[in-house]
Design a protein around this ligand. Sequence first.
Ligand code: ADP
Ligand code: MG
Length: 680
Amino acid sequence: QLILEEDEMINFVSTQEGPSLSQADLKKQSMQEVRRSLPIFPYREDLLRAITQHQILVIEGETGSGKTTQIPQYLMEDGYTKGGMKIGCTQPRRVAAMSVAARVAEETSVKLGNEVGYSIRFEDCTSERTVLKYMTDGMLLREFLTEPDLASYSVVIIDEAHERTLHTDILFGLIKDIARFRPDLKVLVASATLDTERFSCFFDEAPVFRIPGRRFPVDIYYTKAPEADYLEACVVSVLQIHVTQSPGDILVFLTGQEEIEACCELLQERCRRLGSKIAELVILPIYANLPSDMQAKIFTPTPPGARKVVVATNIAETSLTIDGIIYVIDPGFCKQKSYNARTGMESLIVTPCSRASANQRAGRAGRVAAGKCFRLYTAWAFKHEMEETTVPEIQRTNLGNVVLLLKSLGINDLIHFDFMDPPPHETLVLALEQLYALGALNHLGELTKLGRRMAELPVDPMLSKMILASEQYKCSEEILSIAAMLSVNNSIFYRPKDKVVHADNARMNFTVPGGDHLVLLNVYNQWVESGFSTQWCYENFIQFRSMRRARDVRDQLEGLMERIEVEVVSAQGDCVPIRKAVTAGYFYHTARLSKGGYKTVKHQQTVYVHPNSSLFEEQPRWLIYHELVFTTKEFMRQVIEIDSSWLLEVAPHYYKSKELEDSSTKKMPRKQGKTKDELG
Ligand code: ADP
Ligand code: MG
């Protein structure tokens, strides 16, 4: 009998007459058998030969063909790590770097962190013995600071090149350059089946090695009409597949942690209600901040009789391969950074993904058998509302970080840097201006002493400046904690649906005057006082894992303080110096209270205090925000109250006293507040 009512069902239409679903052969194989069964295996010798013959090789292969896990092993077996030389393999995502490193360590029977390790920001799981190093593209970029010719590497693999992240794009330019005077260095550019001609062209017509794919047909279904609520549509679709379709696991693409958690909760709830009427559904999330033991769960085989549903960010689009997926549910969205080079405002927005992305997602359904992809949008939307490809990140992000790094590498002429796709001119200029205002560059655009110290810290220039400013304001102890807490941002407070009131009360108890940065500091300090207690976190609705990560980040930053010669001292309970140090880093993010909300000082953009903020009710006249997020409107997340006169103190070359005059001396009427839940 039907479990779902007819009106709950989603109407899908197929665009093709598809073959019926063939049974997946998910026989358990030994790891070596799996290795030999991968599409890349028959090409092992050809590939190694091509690598001997060419310094730079572009490698194209379907996701799951074995590029990331196998090629480095082939190279090790072929002697590329003799004498302790290293193979580096970059990944755009932290989770992928950790996960593939763990897998390869297992395949080669070594302990992770010994011969095979990974390095991601604030977490180094390598040792003296490590010869195969998986790392984020950002980490390899930072290695140029200590080893400008990457002398300890025999091979560098730029993996997932098609993702075109900012860091990958910069690596392209730098590596192409060093390859010229390091003829012994092998460079492999690995990519899913996208864009490989462009990579070849950029790397002076480097040959493309194609690994023929093994792909089963995937039937594509669209909704008849647009879905108003794609989260709900996902949940219904999962259950619909579960009760009507033959065995095979499901992969759902959502845009971020919050959505994924919400989706998993809804699914769990519905399954509980349906009880024994349906077969077991194993619901597993995967996103960047998920602890690694939980991440590993997505790879465990589904128990017989049950069905697995993995709810993922676009990490599962090409970076990770989960065997056994037959059904893909694609709402057609992803979270993207967008940058306004005129105002310098960067925000994360949920936007429709590209057609290229949608096709990669669909491809995940056809790896082990014929599959089905359910698109929660219309065929018309696919054709007319989606972009062909995703715009490379370099063209839609703030370049401050990268410009500072390149300057520290002695690359002064950024206009003529070898970009595969150059960033917009105004973005580059704005980055230079911002670094100048922060004091990292002088008026000739040269790196200053402060700039050199800022580049030593693996964080964005504003955060870096805030940390360095804590020296002058004698509050580095506190600023380090704040910086660490900001970097695990938005995952500190736990707010389970069934205990919203308790959770909000617990959160309220941490409130201190002055703003969210000080609240975060308060949480951190109380946790330290509790002896880093798990129980304390539990009682106070604080996420223990996030706190542990904050502590790790803080330890790492503290370790770097010596290098940049900043003494770690405390402000002894005075919060003014702390707020001034924040201002010294983030003066660009100043907003002033105006009718109905806030306006940014320089560009008069309307922005709002996030309803989760401790200053949501208070609405002080001047504040500084840590970041902007766009949901229903432009929200400032993590705000701190400042005194406008401090702006002249910390950024006299940027602010003029005239623009900081208050237009009226009367206190602004308090805004009609909406409740938290209304604003979401
Ligand atoms: P590619 O880089 O070409 O997309 P990978 O090398 O990542 O391919 O994956 C090859 C195969 O290795 C996958 O199809 C999967 O069978 C297996 N695999 C990869 N990572 C894991 C993991 N963490 N756990 C279990 N199997 C994995
Ligand atoms: Mg890969």
